[in-house]
Write a protein that binds this ligand. Sequence first.
Ligand SMILES: NC(=O)c1ccc[n+]([C@@H]2O[C@H](COP(=O)([O-])OP(=O)(O)OC[C@H]3O[C@@H](n4cnc5c(N)ncnc54)[C@H](OP(=O)(O)O)[C@@H]3O)[C@@H](O)[C@H]2O)c1
Length: 326
Amino acid sequence: MGGFLGFVWNQWTYKPKPLDQDKSLAGKTILITGANSGLGLEAAKELASHKPAKLIVTVRDPAKGEAAKAQIIGNNAGIEVEFWEVDYESYDSITAFGKKVLALDRLDYALLNAGIKQMQYTTSKAGHESNVQINHIGTSLVSLQILPALQKTARIAGQPSRLTIVSSEGHFWIPFKERTAENILLRMDDKETFGQQMNRYYTTKLLNVLWTRELASKVNQNEVIINTVNPGFCYSGLHRHEKTGIIKIFLWALAWTSQQGGHCLTDALVNHPDSHGKYLSEQKVVPPSKFVLSEEGRKVQTKIWNETMELLRKEAPGASFPTFEE
Ligand SMILES: NC(=O)c1ccc[n+]([C@@H]2O[C@H](COP(=O)([O-])OP(=O)(O)OC[C@H]3O[C@@H](n4cnc5c(N)ncnc54)[C@H](OP(=O)(O)O)[C@@H]3O)[C@@H](O)[C@H]2O)c1
C-alpha cells in the first residue's frame, strides 16, 4: 500500500497467520540470519515446529545462540539446530561463512533477516555508513555466497530452492536524494546525506528491494525463487536506538508482536511459489513503491547492482562471485 493511512489500517486490521499446521519441512535444510532475537528468532521457532532436518541459525555472539537454542528447539526434539557465526560488518566473516554454506549437502531455504536500524551516523570498519554496510552490502554479499548452494540443492531436489530478503514498507517513504549521484553507494558514505530520523535505514531497505529484483532477474526461478518481504511494524530490539517518545507511542498503538512479524517471514520463505522477484506485504504479493517500478527506478536498480559488485570485488577479494548469464 505504502501511504501512511494504509500503513495504519494494515497494522490495525491485518493479523498475520502462521504456516498451515500440516506444512511439512521434513528433510529440508533451512538457514536464517540474525535469529537470536526478534523476528528471526520467532521465524526460527515456527520453522522448527514444522520439523526440518536441519536449521542453521546465524549469530554474531555464540553466547546469544546458546540462549536462543532452547527456545528454538522447544518441543521439537530430534531436529538438528546449529549456530553459525557471521558478522555482516566483516567481509572475512561473510566469506568464511559462505565457504561453510557451500560445503553443506543441501540448502533448501535461506532467510536473510539480519539487520540494524542505526539512527546516528556511524561508519563500519570498511568506512561505509553502518546501515548501508550491514543492511545492503552485508546482505548482498551473503546472498551471493549462498546462491550456489541453493542452486545445487534445486538440481538435486528437482524443485526450486527459496531465498527471502527482509526489507520494509519504509522503502516507500524516503526522498532517496542520493540516487542522482555519480556513485550512489559512495555518496551515502558522506555524513551530510544521512538525513533525519529513519531516512537512511529506510533507504537501505529500498536497496534490499532493488537488489532482490536485480538478483532475481539473473537467476532462473526453476532453480531459486527469490523474493523480498515487509514483515510489518513489530516490537523488537530493532528500535532500541530510537530515543524519541514518538516511537513508544507508535509501538503501543500500532505494532504487531515479533511472533506476528515472524509469521510474515515464514510465509514469504515457504509459500508463494509465484513470487520470484516480487515484494510481499501482509502475506501477499503486492507492488513495491512507485519509484521501484518507474523507469528511473529500473535504471537505479541496475546501477546499484553494478556499484555493489564493483565495491565487493574490490573490498572482499576473498569472496567467490557467481557468474550470471547476460
Ligand atoms: N521490527 C520491525 O518493526 C521491522 C520492520 C520492518 C523490517 N524489519 C526488518 O526485520 C529484520 C529483523 O529485525 P528485528 O526487528 O527482528 O530486529 P532485532 O531484534 O534487532 O534483530 C536483528 C538481528 O540481526 C542481527 N544483526 C545485527 N547486526 C548484525 C551484523 N552486523 N551481523 C550479523 N547479524 C546482525 C542481530 O544480532 P545481535 O543480537 O548480535 O545484534 C539480531 O539477531 C531486519 O532486517 C529489519 O530491518 C523489522
